[in-house]
Design a protein. Structure first.
Length: 394
């Protein structure tokens, strides 16, 4: 393929974070971090649009915001969302790592408006043609529609784990969420260009731990009822001699009333592997239908079994009785924890299965297939009737 015809992917950064490991506790930022090297490995060009200081490893980095502009806009955005807060309060809020970073993911804030203004100016400089170029949208497209709706570009939502997709070309994180949206939108004839590719990981960043020295059960995520922290608390009560660790953004105070629950501040980068690999098991007791729940796969990459609710993406990510236990009742959650304490799960098998399923350099082929199928619609090959089969069968 000539340089002029090489597929170019235009990857949009997350406006309220920077594409660095410092913000890897945001699942969508983590996927943006890994996307460029994943797709470059398949011969694609990737142009990343984000904030100064991004470490995207893309073919080309286009800085829409300077670090100083980004910092100032974050303050203005918090003031926009919480006008009653003083500048001192906003500064403290931004510095508090326990606060949920997704609070700033609001499309009407100054940081999103400025990001879109700059994107509208810069994207046309590098976007060549609908025949060769695709804009990759990593979070809800509403955050970018201020600019993208004015431009003649091919767009695809590249990792839907949110409730409000709207583009015709979509990649879901799980079949569970895809099927939910088919029902929600009352679609009878299933679209050909809604795909599913699971989240992808650099497996070298996740250290396999074959044997745990200290028995400890963990939780990792937003500390909130909807994530199942109440279930975590109830299970901990029934194992008073086992340490239960709750780690993440949010207020843990109501859970620390149980003496064997300890709190760990939010972590990012390599610390995530160190923590998840230190656990006998991780509880993922979310009360809502998880679109993917990346933490459960990250844990499995370390060899750690997952005890989760029996619905949503867990049906696809957890092999019941092999890499964890899928539960309906409190007694079943306790059974799963006891199985882990009794070493009933093969940590080596858990790791090997996760590597096979979620290695980003394997999943790059799935993305390549999707992108080539979509470009056939606008490159003269007549879309669905194209004679080319892009499946990678090896």
């Amino acid at each position: 393929m000539s340089e002029d015809n090489k597929i170019r992917l235009h990857l949009l950064g997350i406006p309220h974070t920077i594409t660095t490991n410092e913000f890897s506790n945001c699942a969508y930022t983590g996927k943006v971090l890994r996307f460029s090297p994943m797709m470059i490995s398949r011969g694609f060009e990737v142009y990343h649009y984000g904030t100064e200081g991004s470490e995207s490893n893309a073919t080309k980095q286009i800085d829409l915001l300077t670090k100083k502009e980004w910092e100032d806009l974050r303050i203005k955005s918090y003031k926009f969302l919480y006008p009653e807060l003083s500048l001192e309060d906003v500064t403290k809020k931004l510095a508090d790592k326990t606060k949920f970073i997704g609070e700033l993911g609001n499309w009407n804030t100054p940081i999103y408006e400025m990001f879109n203004k700059k994107l509208e100016l810069e994207l046309p400089k590098y976007y060549r043609s609908r025949k060769t170029d695709i804009v990759c949208i990593p979070i809800s497209p509403g955050g970018y529609n201020q600019s993208l709706n004015k431009l003649n570009v091919v767009c695809i939502e590249t990792g839907i784990g949110y409730p409000n997709p709207c583009k015709p070309f979509r990649i879901y994180e799980s079949y569970a969420l895809k099927h939910k949206h088919l029902g929600k939108e009352n679609i009878i004839e299933c679209p050909n260009y809604w795909f599913v590719v699971p989240n992808y990981y650099n497996i070298d960043e996740w250290k396999f731990v074959p044997k745990i020295q200290k028995k400890r059960i963990g939780f990792f995520g937003r500390i909130t009822r909807i994530k199942g922290c109440g279930i975590f608390k109830e299970v901990a009560k029934r194992f008073p001699d086992v340490e239960f660790v709750i780690c993440g953004q949010g207020d843990p105070s109501s859970f620390l009333e149980v003496p064997n629950i300890v709190y760990k501040l939010p972590i990012c980068g390599i610390e995530r592997s160190d923590y998840l690999g230190s656990l006998t098991a991780i509880l993922c007791p979310s009360l809502f239908m998880e679109p993917f729940c990346g933490v459960n796969v990250e844990a499995q990459l370390c060899g750690t079994p997952v005890i989760a609710n029996n619905f949503g993406a867990f049906i696809e990510t957890v092999e019941n009785l092999k890499t964890g236990l899928l539960c309906h009742t409190l007694a079943e959650f306790c059974t799963g924890v006891q199985m882990a304490l009794d070493d009933k799960f093969d940590r080596k098998y858990i790791r090997e299965r996760a590597v096979e399923k979620y290695n980003m350099y394997n999943l790059a082929k799935n993305y390549e297939y999707v992108f080539k199928c979509i470009l056939d619609i606008s490159n003269g090959k007549n879309g669905w009737y194209s004679p080319d089969n892009h499946m990678i069968l090896d």
